[in-house]
Design a protein around this ligand. Structure first.
Ligand code: NAD
Length: 283
């Protein structure tokens, strides 16, 4: 079991000690638009982690009706504020807002999610100053924590979004894996998945990867986070359940190692965000 919570908790203490030794104070500004339940839950997780390691979160929440200009002006003020080491925009934000334009207002040295166009250019060109997008950093750290050999291995990544799948593929390639990227239009995803030593699934499709996609001895990392309606409770309100992109029950019986949802990549993403904050703050 690739247990992301366990790895996160092991690193947590080291980060707390390093921060207190440095005497520095680190503040992460989180910008939230609206009050989407999932986003509030992710922000809560980030605040909990921040509390445990001794960093501060400045949570700035705006109504759904906020304008692009107002958000950009808030970000520009945070850019100038020396007490703020990192700034993130909690996604998703309403469709009517130009997401990339707003993210691009973040000064690159404070872009701890690594999502500004400038940082993405740096990341893709292999610039050492680039921030590694948090989920990709989390996936690689999880593999490393469990000593999964990447160099020379065949890795298949299902999903190629700019925020998640693509940076994971870049990192695996840099670590010396032979990477195959699959997306909605790819033929024979089943064969390409089964053939891999390492299978990373970041499609956002509940239970996409069934037992037919996998083979014995593989390492499977499930990045997907999907809220689905589960069993009905007594009051007939369907319970909402968190599931990944992998049919954990069936797949875990076949493969060598697998990350669960929840408790796999999610905690590693939070950890990586704060590692990026430490890097930005020079800790
Ligand atoms: P996205 O919708 O932007 O991209 C999905 C990608 O998967 C696309 O490239 C698409 O072509 C591919 N895809 C979709 N359905 C497919 C299919 N049936 N077969 C093959 N490829 C398919 O989503 P995203 O932002 O990249 O997020 C992916 C998933 O990862 C989501 O479930 C999201 O919630 C989750 N996520 C998890 C974390 C974490 O910390 N664990 C962080 C970010 C995102």
């Amino acid at each position: 079991m690739l247990d992301g919570r366990k790895v996160r908790d092991e690193k947590k203490k080291k980060m707390k000690d390093a921060l207190s030794r440095s005497g520095a104070e680190l503040t992460l500004a989180i910008i939230q638009v609206g009050s989407l339940e999932e986003s509030s839950a992710y922000i809560k997780q980030k605040k909990n982690f921040a509390d445990k390691i001794g960093t501060v979160v400045a949570h700035k929440q705006f109504p759904d009706s906020v304008s692009e200009a107002e958000l950009i002006s808030v970000i520009e003020n945070l850019n100038q504020d020396e007490a703020i080491s990192g700034i993130i925009v909690q996604l998703p934000i309403p469709e009517r807002l130009n997401k990339q334009k707003i993210i691009d207002a973040i000064k690159v040295v404070k872009d701890v999610d690594g999502l500004t166009s400038e940082n993405r250019k740096r990341f893709e060109s292999g610039d050492s100053r680039a921030v590694i997008p948090a989920t990709a950093r989390g996936v690689l750290s999880l593999l490393k924590a469990y000593q999964v050999e990447v160099k020379g291995k065949k890795a298949t990544v299902i999903g190629r979004s700019a925020l998640v799948g693509a940076p994971i593929a870049v990192l695996l390639g840099r670590e010396g894996a032979q990477v195959t990227v699959c997306h909605r239009g790819t033929e024979d995803i089943v064969g390409k998945s089964r053939d891999a030593d390492i299978l990373i699934v970041a499609a956002g499709k509940p239970l996409l990867v069934t037992k037919d996609f996998v083979s014995a001895g593989q390492t499977v990392v499930d990045v997907g986070i999907n809220l689905v309606s589960g069993e009905k409770l007594e009051d007939e309100i369907p319970k909402r359940e968190l599931v990944g992109d992998v049919d954990f029950e069936a797949v875990s019986k076949i493969v060598g190692a697998i990350s669960p949802v929840p408790g796999g990549v999610g905690p590693m993403t939070v950890l990586s965000l704060f590692q990026n904050l430490f890097d930005a703050g020079g800790i």
